[in-house]
Structures are given as C-alpha cells and as structure tokens.
Design a protein. Structure first.
Length: 251
C-alpha cells in the first residue's frame, strides 16, 4: 500500500487534510496512519516545505506549524506553503523519538522505500513527492527527551558552494538566538541529506529539548517562520513572499 494525500497539492487556496497510509494492525484491521498536511497557495511563486516532529518528542515545530496552518491566509503569501506539522505522526502521538510501529528513526530512514516499513514508506513519499516540489525546506528539531540545546538554527557546509550560500542566507534570515555552520559527520539516511542531494535550500533548528517546550522556544520558532518570508528585508527569493506587512501569524 502506498501513501496518498486526501487533498490536492497544487490547488489555489487553503486545503487541510492527511497523508493516508493503510496500516492493518490489531486495533484496526482496515486502519490507516494519517499524517496531517496543509497546503496554502496563492498565485505563482516559490514553494516552502515546513516540517516538524521528524522526531516525535520534539515540540516547537508541531506547535508553531499547527498554529501557522490555522492562521496563514492565501492573500498573505505569493507562492505555496506545504506544512507537515508532525511528519512522524506515530512517534509524535506516542511522545517518542522513533516510531512505535516499526522502531525506526525517521531521520535515519531517508530516502525511504516504497515497499519498506511504514516509516520507510512515509520517507519515500516525502522524498519523491514533496521535496521535489519545494524550493526551500525548514525542518524543526529540538533535543527531545534526552538532550537540551541552546536554541539555534543551522545550515550545512556543502560541496556546492552556491547551494551552501543559499542555505546560510536562509539560516541567517531565520534569525535564531544562535546560528551554526554545521558539517555532518554521519549524514547517512538524514532528511537533511536527501533535501540537499536534490539541490534544495535547507534550514534546520535545535530549539531546546528536555522533552518539553517553553514559550520562549516556541516564540523563536514562530518568529523564524515569519522571517523566512518577511517582506521587510529578510526575504531570500526562495520562499513564498509575504504580501502583508502585518501578517496574522506575526509573533
């Protein structure tokens, strides 16, 4: 069984729905895993893919992105925003780093497999359907239950220096309290690696941790989202441009 969206990905306006993956189990013989997705589009322009809960015990991304999905209106952007507030929904529902269904760490499972485990199927859909449509990808992380970070945004040192420069510019636009130029020493299977392999602009974060979130770290997430498409000097050309100088999701 494959992943199918319950909403169109290329229609104008706002659409809320799910990525549906059939999953037969003891609790539901004909059940499915339903991963929330929102697509907001207005006109022609860049596409931003915004993701949270790659690890299910990291909460700033899901909080900020669920709020964004509710309040962002099409007339506030030019382009398209695809929001996966909890891309690893089984892990998020369980409050665990890895999926309780197959034990997989989503951030070590890319690019996935169409005929693999549940996590691999989700990764394969994201890697082959959503990432190719994106110009920029913002993937929220924090420390989860076992780590606690000073809040920072990060971009990677890459062989392609033009791509690296675009990633660094987006990281600086996010404007977290700290910014990190990162060289991964074990990048196999990471969402970051797959996005960058496809030539996209990629930004990630670590916004706290200890198995919780705080008003401060959530505010950093909200502000960073706004900054990436703020018309007041931060817009980098790869993100949907905000057409309202006082967008409702400012915070």
């Amino acid at each position: 069984m494959s992943v199918t969206p319950t909403i169109p990905l290329d229609a104008q306006g706002i659409h809320h729905g799910f990525l549906k993956l059939p999953h037969s189990r003891n609790e539901s013989a004909w059940g499915s895993v339903m991963v929330p997705i929102t697509v907001i589009a207005n006109g022609t322009g860049p596409t931003a893919l915004l993701t949270g809960a790659n690890h299910g015990d990291e909460y700033e991304g899901p909080i900020a992105l669920q709020e964004l999905a509710i309040i962002l209106q099409p007339d506030q952007i030019t382009g398209r925003v695809i929001i996966l507030p909890m891309m690893n929904h089984p892990a998020f529902a369980a409050g665990t780093r890895c999926s309780p269904i197959d034990g997989a760490n989503m951030n070590r499972s890319f690019p996935g497999r169409a005929d693999g485990t549940l996590t691999q199927k989700l990764c394969h859909y994201i890697a082959t359907t959503l990432v190719p449509q994106a110009d920029i990808v913002l993937d929220f992380h924090s420390g989860g239950r076992t780590l606690d970070f000073l809040p920072f945004a990060a971009a990677h040192i890459l062989e392609d220096k033009a791509q690296e420069a675009a990633c660094m510019a987006a990281m600086q636009a996010f404007n977290a309290p700290y910014s990190v130029r990162m060289l991964e020493i074990d990048a196999a299977g990471m969402f970051d690696t797959e996005v960058e392999r496809q030539g996209k602009t990629f930004v990630t974060t670590e916004l706290g941790g200890a198995g919780t979130s705080t008003p401060r770290t959530v505010a950093i997430a909200r502000k960073g989202i706004r900054n990436l498409h703020d018309p007041c000097g931060h817009h980098d050309g790869n993100t949907p441009k905000c057409t309202n100088r006082n967008p409702r999701h400012a915070g």
